[in-house]
Design a protein around this ligand. Structure first.
Ligand SMILES: [Zn+2]
Ligand SMILES: [Zn+2]
Length: 273
């Protein structure tokens, strides 16, 4: 997961940048021996056109305006390197809060919610809504449903790691309107489906579809068939998809992104409206 950049090699990146650059002659590697040799948190850095691109072997990347001189380029690479080292630091169960430990136990048990865990596995959790919120986010971020994977995801994400007792979850969790697992969020009158269901949408003709934002600003909405990347006119026009036979609304979310949800009825609303 989050591996946007599976092949971070000198040849692969050079080829990609040469292909994309307005002026291919400007593509140049910025060598930093320590950063290049660190297979854990290091990577490769290049300039092309007037941009400095830094790629971590682990998959993250960073673009900025090329400062144009060796010292400032090295400073940018070292700043990136330190952030990667921080995100890759080892984290143990003892380093995280009761809420995170309970969320990890739920992840490993594939529990429907924190409240399903035996009492000793949710020790210290007094706010079940917050515990469930941490659990849903962790399920989204962890590559595998294991403690190791969850701790790696937490190390890389301070905002999730620092969620604690004094925070109110920004959204209460609700049962996914399709499968009943925990889900987060509501867009207009639609309760969002869970992460698992989100990836299972099909159009009127039974073809798998995904929505995306038309502009690079994250606005507009279009749906494509996943089999041949052709536009699905029906979904784009009508904003309807089906997940496990249940009709769902799909469209542009309020602040960009794409929501998929089912209309919230007052009787089922966890939002108290
Ligand atoms: Zn679901
Ligand atoms: Zn279609």
């Amino acid at each position: 997961m989050n591996n946007q950049n599976p092949e971070v090699t000198r040849e692969g990146i050079t080829e990609r940048l040469v292909c994309k650059a307005d002026d291919p002659a400007t593509v140049e590697e910025i060598v930093h021996a320590g950063f290049n040799a660190d297979s854990h948190s290091g990577g490769l850095a290049f300039v092309s056109d007037r941009r400095l691109s830094i790629f971590a072997y682990g998959g993250s990347l960073d673009y900025s305006v090329d400062p144009g001189n060796r010292d400032d380029r090295v400073a940018a690479i070292e700043g990136f390197w330190r952030r990667q080292q921080y995100k890759n630091r080892p984290l143990a169960l003892a380093d995280v809060s009761d809420y995170h430990r309970a969320a990890i136990a739920a992840l490993e048990a594939d529990a429907a919610g924190i409240d399903e865990l035996p009492a000793q596995d949710r020790y210290g959790v007094t706010d079940i809504a917050l515990g469930n919120y941490v659990y849903v986010l962790l399920r989204r971020r962890a590559a595998e449903p294991t403690a190791d994977s969850a701790l790696r995801a937490l190390a890389a994400d301070d905002s999730l790691l620092n969620l604690g007792e004094n925070d109110r979850p920004p959204y209460p969790c609700h049962p996914c309107p399709v499968c009943g697992r925990l889900a987060i969020g509501r867009v207009w009158q639609y309760l969002s489906v869970c992460e698992d269901c989100y990836d299972k949408s099909i159009c009127e003709n039974g073809r798998p579809v995904a929505g995306y934002n038309e502009s690079w600003l994250g606005t507009g909405f279009k749906a494509v068939h996943l089999d041949d990347r052709s536009t699905c006119e029906q979904t784009t026009r009508e904003g309807r998809v089906w997940i496990d036979g249940i009709e769902c609304a799909i469209g542009e979310a309020k602040f960009g992104g794409v929501y998929i949800g089912v209309e919230d009825t007052p009787a089922s609303s966890p939002y108290g409206e």
